[in-house]
Design a binder for this molecule. Sequence first.
Ligand code: PGA
Length: 229
Amino acid sequence: MTYLVANWKSHSNNTQSLIWLKEMEELLPTTPSNLKVIICLPFTDLPEFNRHLDLQKTPFFVGAQTVSQYPDGKHTGDITAQMLSELVTYCVVGHSERRSFNKETCQEVAQQTKLLLESNITPIICVDTPYLDEQIKELFVQNITFDHCIFAYEPISAIGSGQAETPINVGKVAAKIALLTNENTTILYGGSVSPENVLSFTELPGINGVLVGTSSLDPNTFSKLIKTI
Ligand code: PGA
């Protein structure tokens, strides 16, 4: 199984997300069964997007882009894993933009991961080399078992820069993640993935797919990615 995860970040309101989906369905009436397409949307788009997927029987999965580090309770404005459990099967945690703009720490990401797993949502844990060891240590502190987790190696220098990491380095970091997690872990690569370079990552041993930001926003480019894989 190959994973293709779209991370829309803070793009697309409800109306725009439905237009995107309609265009995708026209461009790509079927999705290959060996490809798992996961669209990580803004919270506000989730209910309607889900409804439309159900109606059209489009075989995409839906994810969120972050989650509260707390369970339900007195945390004004937070969206908890329990709330998301009716809406998504996946959730990105620890994206470098949240680590940098929202000051999320490895401990918080480990707490989010634990709460997601308790709500039967698969966490997609983003990591980069400067804090890879610390992040995995914090996950062990929370007694996380990795068989229901996905890791995404996302070097900060490659995100949104048009300069993807070299497949050789991606392979090395994937091997390190596999070693540190002691499991047959699902590992993705993310950072300036395009239809032109995607196969150099998806065909690497130890890499199970890609996480894409910019290339997921335009239905033409995203459908090209799917066809290429
Ligand atoms: P990019 O973003 O594909 O635009 O580099 C990837 C990401 O931030 O997850």
